[in-house]
Design a protein around this ligand. Structure first.
Ligand SMILES: Nc1ncnc2c1ncn2[C@@H]1O[C@H](COP(=O)(O)OP(=O)(O)O)[C@@H](O)[C@H]1O
Ligand SMILES: [Mg+2]
Length: 335
């Protein structure tokens, strides 16, 4: 039981270059695998390949193998794929059905298409709304949501399909810290309680430090590093790839470089789960001259991509993200 990518190379239709090269990655049930890397590394493409959408839905050429619980994705029909692997893309609005007049119906859309009995549809919609604390959005028009709300609704509609695996491409890009934490907690719960295997592309390494089991680093279409989240995220080499380490890791490095004892810092991880972060895991050797880590006065989650990307809809992490202020705190009814 695994979503397994083995020796996968992929090129888009009409192009002459592999965007992914010889990628190996495994997402086991109940595990959260974070994926980081610079802009244009191929993270979104890997989401397409992992979920079976490439090449089945968008064409292109895939070499190697992508299997979900032993079956090649290329042999699965779209509705079979949808039940096994849910996928959320960077731009949530493209993922709404466009036919539902309320968020409630939007969430019911997928389960209805699966032909589920009504009580189960109702149960799943209620569960997905509650999982992300968006009960108060149920009666809203999906076309009138803020960016952050649309992102939560799009994620909820994927959750309502209850897939065995989830592939999420920057699901918190339009969320404020509170919304981000909520999504992180919901995903961690999902993995822990229902055994969902999750591939999570995320620039906010604080979130990955708090809830990912493993992290893979993608650079120029290749997985250049993979291992336990705390080890990978504390590797100083990450910053050379434009991936910013979690603030606490950087702070520890800076303190060590300054001759201070990092143990003076509070022992909890950045983010909310309180997961312990080792003070100096193996990958975290402090370099000479590591005072550059003095960038550690850092605002949490400033790891927005720096390269130009005309296509992608990555939203950095604005101080006041769209939808931050009007996202409901949850718990409200939908009357
Ligand atoms: N539809 C497409 N057709 C051709 N090339 C594409 C397409 N989408 C992405 N690419 C190229 O694939 C490479 C990886 O892009 P992408 O997967 O979006 O990277 P990331 O998500 O890491 O920023 C880039 O060079 C990009 O230009
Ligand atoms: Mg991308």
């Amino acid at each position: 039981m695994t979503l397994a990518i083995a020796g996968a190379s992929y090129r888009y239709a009409g192009t002459a270059r592999d965007v992914l090269e010889d990628v190996h990655l495994e997402i086991r049930p109940g595990r959260v695998v974070g994926l980081v890397g610079p802009n244009e590394a191929g993270k979104s493409t890997l989401c397409l390949v992992a979920s079976g959408m490439a090449p089945a839905s968008i064409g292109g050429r895939l070499q190697g193998s992508v299997t979900i619980d032993g079956e090649e994705t290329r042999d699965l029909k779209p509705h079979e794929l949808a039940q096994r692997c849910g996928v959320l893309f960077q731009n949530p609005t493209t993922q709404l059905s466009g036919t539902a007049v309320t968020v409630y119906e939007e969430l019911a859309f997928g389960p209805r298409n699966l032909g589920l009995p009504l009580p189960e549809i109702v149960e799943r919609v209620a569960w997905a709304l509650a999982a992300l604390g968006i009960e108060a959005l149920a009666a809203k028009d999906p076309a009138r949501l803020s960016g952050g709300q649309a992102q939560l609704v799009a994620l909820a509609s994927v959750l309502a399909l209850r897939p065995a695996y989830l592939v999420l491409d920057e699901p918190t890009s339009q969320l404020d810290p509170q919304g981000t934490r909520l999504v992180g907690e919901a995903l961690a719960r999902l993995a822990g309680e229902t055994g969902t295997g999750i591939l999570l592309v995320e620039h906010k390494t604080e979130l990955l430090a708090a809830m990912a089991d493993e992290v893979a680093v993608l650079d120029a279409g290749r997985v250049v590093e993979t291992g336990p989240a705390d080890v990978i995220l504390s590797d100083p080499a990450l910053s050379e790839l434009g991936v910013e380490a979690p603030a606490l890791f950087r702070l520890r490095r800076a303190m060590t470089a300054a001759g201070l004892d990092p143990a003076l810092l509070p022992g909890s991880a950045p983010g909310s789960s309180g997961a312990a972060v080792p003070a100096a895991s193996s990958g975290a050797a402090v370099r000479a001259g590591g005072a550059t880590a003095g960038g550690a006065t850092v605002v949490a989650g400033s790891g927005a991509p720096t390269g130009a990307d005309g296509r992608a809809t990555v939203v950095g992490e604005p101080a006041a993200p769209p939808g931050a202020s009007d996202r409901p705190g949850g718990g409200g009814g939908r009357a």
